[in-house]
Design a protein around this ligand. Sequence first.
Ligand code: AMP
Length: 182
Amino acid sequence: MTSPVLENDLRAAIRTIPDYPKPGIMFRDITTLLGNPRAFRRAVDELVQPWAGSKIDKVAGIEARGFIIGGAVAHQVSAGFVPIRKKGKLPHQTVSMTYLLEYGSDEMEMHVDAINKGDRVILVDDLIATGGTAEGAVKLLRQVGAEVLAACFIIDLPELRGAEKLRKLDVPVRTLIAFEGH
Ligand code: AMP
């Protein structure tokens, strides 16, 4: 659990854009949090607080906002960083995973040599909604032999039950604030 003060600070640093990118979606815009030095630092520190002192080999970030937060987290815990990208973006040999979106599916990729068997990995993204993206990333990481220690997100949309989905895969989930709705 995070403290109410921290939660309020982070909540206030996030901007909500109604009906973006389509009607009915409340887009949780973290660029305002990233631009706020205090909120950005607190978010990064708090995300990995339960694993402070544990050995973490790699932090994996999901394109694109997961790169920004994951990169900062990797630096913080002295781990390497692994990008998980949309299909066709990585130059070397890749492994891929199809994952479910609200409507349809997509494919994500990672370099085949980005993870060593047994690496202890923390997965990072800005937000978990249905959990389809993060579930795909967990499967991709496990496919190459990673031990997924946890998945960390600044924002949870609990109504969409993504965190539940990850916990069913035996992945501990850390989120800092929750917003109602989609
Ligand atoms: P999901 O696979 O449904 O958990 O969706 C998670 C991904 O979609 C994350 O990479 C988020 O950045 C993005 N996303 C989903 N819903 C929102 C939202 N309401 N506001 C901002 N980003 C979102």
